[in-house]
Ligand binder design. Structure first.
Ligand SMILES: [Zn+2]
Length: 60
């Protein structure tokens, strides 16, 4: 359950306008998304993964 699931009760009825470049998730009209060039991402995690960013533990 992510935080975007809450507060968007009309999600099922929202118009799908695009899909996330990384996970393929639906992107809805008026949804706040990340854009890199022409690519849209549903969340910062998808954007960073697509760009090749990974989470590591510093010092290891
Ligand atoms: Zn995504």
């Amino acid at each position: 359950m992510d935080r975007f699931s809450e507060g968007l009760p009309d999600l099922q009825e929202a118009k799908v306008v695009d899909h996330c470049e990384e996970c393929g998730g639906e992107i809805y009209d008026k949804q706040l998304v990340w854009r890199v060039g022409e690519d849209l991402f549903c969340c910062s995690g998808c954007m960073l993964t697509n760009l090749g960013a990974v989470t590591i533990t510093a010092g290891e």
